[in-house]
Design a protein around this ligand. Sequence first.
Ligand SMILES: Cc1cc2nc3c(=O)[nH]c(=O)nc-3n(C[C@H](O)[C@H](O)[C@H](O)COP(=O)(O)O)c2cc1C
Length: 177
Amino acid sequence: MSGKRILLGVCGSIAAYKSATLVRLLLKEGADVQVVMTEDATTLITPLTLSTLSKRPVLKDFATPDGQWNNHVSLAEWADLLLIAPVSANTLAKMANGFCDNLLTTTYLSAKCPVAVAPAMDLDMWHHHSTQRNIEQAKQDGVTVIHTTGRQYISCDSRPHHRAHRSCQVYQQSFLW
Ligand SMILES: Cc1cc2nc3c(=O)[nH]c(=O)nc-3n(C[C@H](O)[C@H](O)[C@H](O)COP(=O)(O)O)c2cc1C
């Protein structure tokens, strides 16, 4: 993991808070982590938290306020691995269908490095035909899907009903690339 450049995509899943631990674990092993968030992810965990932990400015928009372009092609070229954890049902659907309306999905379309996603959503969303179709499509497109082992609680819902990985599960999987 030492010296590996990980582009960490964070989406608007309630499991977004786990990305803070994931950044810490990856950095501890010597990886260089650049975080790219979706707009909705920023309502669930602040960019300030992730930029502080990753020691890099968090990217979200195509352009910075002072008119610089966050070049998605360069970002994709920089990465040894694009790891989207958590991936929301929405972003997964965009990936499966080639939508590229934000920096993260546009970077995904440009990526030639390995891509892995860790889906996190409640079981109803997960089992929906469209999500399952999108998962299959993403796999066919070469994306590795990191599945949870066991049922993890990530919401205030008391039922064991909400899929998300422990940060360390995703972290361990990221050693495979
Ligand atoms: C509090 C809250 C929790 C959410 N949790 C999830 C979730 O765990 N998984 C998911 O796929 N969507 C979840 N959503 C819905 C997504 O945020 C929504 O679909 C959003 O459009 C995702 O955008 P993004 O894919 O650009 O990040 C949640 C929304 C809110 C407000």
